[in-house]
Write a protein that binds this ligand. Sequence first.
Ligand SMILES: NC(=O)C1=CN([C@@H]2O[C@H](COP(=O)(O)OP(=O)(O)OC[C@H]3O[C@@H](n4cnc5c(N)ncnc54)[C@H](O)[C@@H]3O)[C@@H](O)[C@H]2O)C=CC1
Ligand SMILES: O=C(O)C1=NCCCC1
Length: 341
Amino acid sequence: MSESPVLLNKHEVERLLTYDDLIPRLESVMGKFSKRDSSEIIQPVRSVVPIQQHSGFLGVMPAYLANEGILCTKIVTFYQRAEGSSLPSTQATVLLFHPEHGHVTAIMDGEAITAKRTAAVSAISAKLFKPALSEVLCILGSGQQARSHYDVFTKLFKFKEVRVWSRRKEMAQRFVNDLQDPVTVCSSVKEAVIGADVIVTATGASQPILFGEWVKPGAHIAAVGACRPDWRELDDVLMREAVVYVDSREGATAESGDIILSGVCITFHQYNIADLGHHRHTYSTPKSLFSQAEVFAELGEVLNGSFPARREKTTVFKSLGMGIQDAVSAKLVLEKWNSEH
Ligand SMILES: NC(=O)C1=CN([C@@H]2O[C@H](COP(=O)(O)OP(=O)(O)OC[C@H]3O[C@@H](n4cnc5c(N)ncnc54)[C@H](O)[C@@H]3O)[C@@H](O)[C@H]2O)C=CC1
Ligand SMILES: O=C(O)C1=NCCCC1
């Protein structure tokens, strides 16, 4: 008979999962993932069930890391909440299994894992791509991801100024009130991002909120929201002008509206030709047909040395989230818990 699984709540997971331990594990697993060795890592693109009636989604994110002995799945729901809702928009549970025998070894809260691993991966992108002199950090959004990104970005990097924008100013104010250090509350996205060296977009927006014309050349954007093929946070100009990195090419191709929709921009040049006696015919030909924003590389491809970090350019890291990130986080939590018991 297998032992009962370890049960860990959000408070425990938050306590046990530290950025110092997590970041090297994420760097290592993402570098390995990008080598596409299926004898080492199997991680399909997540399955997502739309819950249309309630503006929500259920995602299942399995991963198997053979050499590390990790078999894991996260089950996550994410909802588009009405303004002012007190419910979390992202909720999750992570299950760890015994890879040899198949039983569940641990069931743990996935909200803290999702918040910390996503922010940690964005911080890895910033380490690689942010301008050498980065003085201003700007965070768009004031929810769970905004907070975890604030925590890890200000822990790892020194900024002279941190700015936050939220669609309701009082929410940005509330975000700032919880912090020790001064943060500027901005009234518009434009005001928040002008001159910023590093921008985090962590909102539930489904239409672009960040426009390329406002972004300082050379800035780095960690784009965390817009995880559906028809949702966007970033406009076409930014997506086409920046060097775009992703966490997984397959994930980005299936799920990132910022990438998928950046190519859908066709304008028609119309002209009339008088012919056939009294009839006038209108002809249309495509005047401009933009191709989709190109994915330059995966973060893991930079980490494992196959692609360069183009720090001198404006860079976008488009994050969708990966099962392997949850898997190494959960393993770390369980190891820490085991060492205490
Ligand atoms: N890339 C990844 O791995 C992950 C991405 N996400 C995504 O990140 C985003 C933020 O997630 P959480 O912080 O957990 O959510 P949250 O609900 O805690 O915060 C959402 C923030 O977005 C703002 N917002 C909502 N709709 C908006 C709109 N139409 N325009 C502008 N702002 C809007 C809210 O006011 C709030 O500040 C979501 O899109 C979520 O799906 C979440 C987890 C992991
Ligand atoms: O990776 C995740 O976890 C999520 N990604 C996008 C939507 C919410 C959860």
